[in-house]
Design a protein around this ligand. Structure first.
Ligand SMILES: C[S@@+](CC[C@H](N)C(=O)[O-])C[C@H]1O[C@@H](n2cnc3c(N)ncnc32)[C@H](O)[C@@H]1O
Length: 395
């Protein structure tokens, strides 16, 4: 990459409604970035001083689904004109002298909260049209054979051009380095198909959480889920080959309840005895309660009931967006239980809530990347869900 390219603007994409939370968390980091243009689900920032090292720049954010350097916008009525103008933008021309993009990501900003009006983030027909128009007149050789949505994810550590369809007649262009897993996905949304028999949206949230966090699960590991009803998240965990102990006083969909690797403990989490957590390695929680209560329930398990939980995947509700300012304290509390690697992300399929993932140590992540699953398993495989014989179902 040429060292003479110093971009001046950053673009970020978030869920509609999360813009203020996103601006606050970025302001708190004192990065010398000022909010510039903002629409629901799309916020740009201006660097006080041009970015000196675009290749090394990292934005740490819970609420930015994805981000990159903004190269400006085009507007007009005809897709072919907009596409032509996109490649002529001065910042685009400048960027293309510095980076060799290997892929193009085109997506529409969210218009409503995921799960509302049948909307879920992901590829759309309009994005496909914009992609085709841009590809048809691209001066970038490597993009001429590009097809919309051909690959679910781009190659890591390559430069990618972005086009965010803010309105059908207003496109914002940008680029980013795919230096993190989420940056390889178009618009930061992992390519997930919800199966027709998914019993709840939680299937999407859990699948995305697992894709993002890449936790080193091994088939046959035991996962406890606090707040498992009706069972979409458990379905995603069962698909990965885990044994799931689901804790919830409410009913679980028969599709999940009757799965041979699922056990329903029909109680409130604080009333579940120690023995039901035996040999569990993972804990997930998605309870429709305040984050403080969810953490209390999780703390009870990891500090009082079993020391064996290696990692956590928690959905923490934000009763209102201003609660986003408490995320730092929630993370500290999880760290105080001995989880050193704690990350947070407002998942594309989350609603007014966010996902917190914790591992006892970062080394656990490295082990999964560097070796085969067989080699990381050091304990004897278990014989089945512990307690399957003795757990009292309090229906
Ligand atoms: C958002 S739903 C969970 C969705 C679920 N994870 C799925 O995959 O479909 C929240 C659930 O939390 C449960 N819940 C609330 N408080 C709880 C507690 N103290 N212990 C266990 N479950 C609880 C509720 O009964 C409700 O079923």
């Amino acid at each position: 990459m040429s060292t003479t390219w110093h971009p001046q603007f950053l673009f970020t994409v978030c869920q509609t409604g999360a813009e203020a939370a996103l601006k606050h968390e970025i302001a708190a980091q004192k990065l010398d970035l000022r909010p510039s243009y903002s629409r629901p689900g799309f916020v740009t920032f201006k660097f006080d001083q041009r970015c000196e090292n675009p290749q090394g720049f990292q934005l740490r954010s819970t609420f930015a689904r994805t981000w990159g350097f903004s190269l400006g916008k085009v507007s007009g009525a005809q897709a072919s004109d907009l596409a032509f103008k996109s490649w002529q933008l001065p910042a685009m021309v400048e960027a293309l002298t510095a980076i060799k993009p290997s892929d193009l990501h085109v997506w529409e900003r969210d218009r409503v909260m995921p799960g509302e009006e049948g909307f879920e983030p992901g590829p759309t027909a309009l994005a496909a049209e914009v992609d085709a128009a841009l590809t048809a007149c691209t001066p970038v050789e490597s993009l001429r054979s590009h097809h919309f949505g051909q690959q679910g994810a781009s190659q890591p550590n390559t430069w990618i051009l972005d086009a965010v369809v803010v309105e059908p007649c207003e496109w914002w262009l940008g680029c980013h380095l795919a230096s993190r897993r989420t940056a390889c996905w178009i618009g930061g949304v992992p390519p997930i198909q919800q199966p027709e028999d998914a019993v709840s949206r939680a299937y999407l949230k859990m699948t995305e959480a697992l894709e993002w966090s890449a936790l080193p699960f091994v088939r046959g590991d035991i996962c406890v889920e606090l707040g498992c009803s009706p069972g979409g998240a458990a379905q995603a965990l069962l698909e990965k080959g885990l044994f799931v102990v689901g804790i919830d006083p409410a009913e679980v969909d028969p599709l999940v309840a009757e799965h041979p690797s699922f056990l329903h403990v029909r109680r409130r989490s604080l009333d579940v005895p120690k023995r039901d957590f035996q040999r569990a390695k993972w804990l997930t929680a998605d309870m429709n309660v305040a984050p403080g209560y969810t953490l209390e329930a999780v703390e009870d398990v990891v500090l009082n009931k079993t020391p064996s939980i290696r990692g956590l995947v928690l959905t923490l509700k934000l009763a209102d967006w201003s609660m986003a300012s408490q995320i730092g304290d929630l993370v500290k509390r999880v760290r105080s239980w001995g989880y050193r690697d704690v990350r947070t992300r407002h998942l594309a399929f989350n609603r007014q809530e966010f996902c917190l993932v914790a591992l006892k140590s970062r080394a656990q992540r490295r082990i999964k990347r560097g070796t085969s699953q067989r080699r990381i398993r050091t304990d004897a495989p278990h014989q089945g869900v512990p307690g399957k014989m003795h757990v009292e179902k309090s229906e």
